[in-house]
Design a protein around this ligand. Structure first.
Ligand code: G6P
Length: 614
């Protein structure tokens, strides 16, 4: 969380910083700030509670000049969102400024020590403590900024991605990271720094991903210098960005979320490209090929993830158990990492993360590795921390997801998990050839079926209109559709602030049924399959209590349609592939309800896309 961006070169920094912050705003948007050093050597800091647009308004008419600068968009951890707690933060003398993403865990003890030496703090942030410490070391030891940053970071416990500017050394930027992501873009005669590649891609495709405990010194007209905290010089490994600028812009849609919902036929197809050959009945996954023996012998699969990715894991549980006949556990990464879990060496741990940066998931990966398990990643962001920390895995290829509420990442994750489960089933001999081939064909047809569902947008908008004013909602599903109910409820509450709960349909009798009255919309996934009749009974129980039923049904369904107040018909598929299709109308529904309620769809309050703090 928090987005950082920095520039040093010959261009004006402010427009680059602001554009970068807008691209990073998904990472946090409770306050924003910039600092630039002018040609005359002044350091101007402008920061404001609110969005990047509020900062721009505030900065209008002020001196925004300078070819070196830093910018920050914040998601508050220490100290409420206000102007003072916004970044950048000054050092005691105000000669240094710093932006920070992460949490300095031992900031309180460092702060006490500095206070005793006379330092006075303006904010409640851990960031301000670190920049005071850096200056304190710089002054006491008479060393350069880069060395002072080094020395200070050796005293720090926690996670950080920081960028520091020194008014007295305007041709240098110092950047460092541990646990929080940082990319350095290398231009012709300039450098860019950012939390992800999106602020950089329109200027250069040459990037270096800084590793943990590395400190980079970027000087005008000089080569990039990187040292690690053990003081070893590191040769920068320059990589080429593969993302295109169009993929991070709205492309004519009102919101990123809507664009990303509509991208799903493509993103699901891209996630299968080169992996699934339906005609030949073959699934190949390069990133797990080295682990096939482990797949064959595995006694258990443990999934770890957070948020929507955790819901994808729950779908994975049904798929892996059904096809590969392997026991599966699905864990919240945050619980798993602190629970002293029992992990065996023949366990396969699969971490799922869109961003590849979620702090709890990354920590769960490290824990599982330390216990000797094989750890695989299913990440969307190429080169992300989780992708690098795992033994292998498969990227989802959904493309950049900007909307905070995850949509195309979810279907891409489920796509990859389905292929993995089928592949594992083949390796273990737990699936018949005919069923395997049939599922390969069905998978191949999923993108076209998603396209058909997207054509129902107008109908879904009408359903949204009829239900937009309810203050609660219940989502029900059974079997592999139960996680879809959870995901539908999460989408609604995230972006429209309507309280929503997902439940296994039969569990409704053990609590939620008490909530049902004529005001309560109950969204039910009631597609054809082994549980259909049971879901029909559950719907009747809701109707008997005057609840409103909005059902997702299989095309041609008559029984549920007759009972439901609203029904969305989706194309028929294998019942284990239903999540990939049934989730689409639920995503659209949440989107329309949120728009109708005047909510900020792409940046819902209090949420951030990439949760890099625990
Ligand atoms: C945040 C996002 C969610 C996401 C979750 C896990 O809460 O708002 O959309 O599902 O983090 O993120 P990850 O990047 O690990 O999938």
């Amino acid at each position: 969380m928090c987005g950082i961006v920095a520039y040093i070169g010959s261009k004006e920094a402010y427009p680059i910083l602001i554009k970068g912050l807008q691209r990073l705003e998904y990472r946090g948007y409770d306050s924003a700030g910039v600092a630039m050093i002018t040609a005359g050597g002044n350091m101007n800091v402008y920061k404001r509670k609110g969005k990047v647009s509020d900062l721009m308004e505030f900065a209008k008419g002020k001196d925004l000049s300078g070819t070196v600068g830093i910018g920050h968009t914040r998601w508050a951890t220490h100290g409420e969102p206000n102007d003072v707690n916004s970044h950048p933060h000054y050092s005691q003398s105000k000669n240094l400024v710093m932006i920070h993403n992460g949490i300095i865990e031992n900031y309180a003890s460092i702060k006490e020590g500095l206070k005793k030496r006379g330092n006075v703090f303006q904010s409640q942030t851990d960031t301000e403590v670190l920049i005071h410490l850096i200056e304190n070391i710089q002054q006491h030891e008479g060393i350069k900024l880069g060395q002072a940053v080094h020395a200070a970071l050796k005293q720090v416990i926690g996670a950080y991605a920081i960028v520091v500017l020194d008014k007295n050394d305007p041709d240098t930027i110092v950047a460092a990271k541990k646990g929080s992501p940082m990319v350095i873009g290398i231009g012709n005669d300039d450098f860019y720094v950012a939390s992800d590649a999106s602020p950089i891609v329109e200027y250069t495709k040459n990037v270096v991903y800084l590793e943990d405990e590395q400190v980079a010194v970027l000087r005008k007209g000089k080569d990039l210098m990187i040292r690690n905290l053990k003081d070893k010089e590191i040769t920068p490994y320059v990589q080429k960005l593969t993302i295109e600028i169009e993929s991070i812009e709205k492309g004519g849609y009102d919101h990123f979320m809507l664009k990303e919902i509509y991208e799903q036929p493509r993103s699901v197809r891209d996630s299968m490209r080169g992996r699934l050959k339906a005609d030949e009945g073959e699934i190949r996954m390069g990133g797990i090929i080295d682990h096939e023996k482990k797949f064959e012998k595995a006694k258990r699969i443990i999934f770890v993830a957070c948020g929507t990715s955790w819901h994808a894991c729950l779908v994975g549980e049904y798929l892996f158990e059904e096809f590969a006949r392997v026991p599966v556990e699905v864990e919240y990464a945050s619980e798993f990492r602190y629970r002293n879990p029992v992990i065996y060496q023949d366990d396969i741990v699969i971490a799922i993360s869109q961003s590849g940066e979620t702090a709890d998931t990354l920590a769960a990966v490290e824990l599982a590795k330390s216990k000797g398990a094989t750890v695989l990643g299913v990440c969307n962001v190429v080169g992300s921390s989780i992708a690098r920390a795992t033994h292998g895995g498969s990227y989802t290829h959904a493309g950049p997801e900007i909307g905070v509420a995850s949509t195309k990442a979810f279907t891409a994750q489920v796509t990859v998990l389905t292929l993995m489960a089928l592949h594992m089933a083949k390796v273990r001999g737990t699936i018949s050839e005919s069923r395997y081939r049939q599922l390969c064909y069905e998978m191949d047809a999923v993108p076209a079926k998603i396209e058909q569902v997207l054509k129902l947008n107008d109908q879904v908008r009408e359903i949204a209109f009829a239900n937009k004013d309810s203050s609660n909602a219940l989502y029900l599903g059974r079997g592999v559709s139960f996680p879809v109910a959870l995901e539908g409820a999460l989408k609604l509450k995230e972006i429209s602030y309507i309280h929503a709960e997902g439940y296994p349909a039969a569990e409704m009798k053990h609590g939620p049924i008490a909530l049902i009255d004529e005001e309560m919309p109950v969204y039910v996934i009631a597609t054809k399959g082994a549980n259909y009749e049971k879901v029909v009974s559950n719907i009747q129980e809701v109707k008997a209590r005057k609840g409103k039923i909005i059902a997702v049904v299989t095309s041609g369904d008559k029984e549920v349609k007759a009972m439901a107040d609203f029904a969305v018909e989706i194309p028929e598929t294998d019942e284990f592939l239903v999540p990939l299709i049934a989730v689409i109308p639920l995503q659209l529904l949440s989107y329309h309800i949120a728009v109708m309620r005047g909510c900020n769809v792409d940046q819902p309050r209090n949420l951030a896309k990439s949760v890099t703090v625990e």
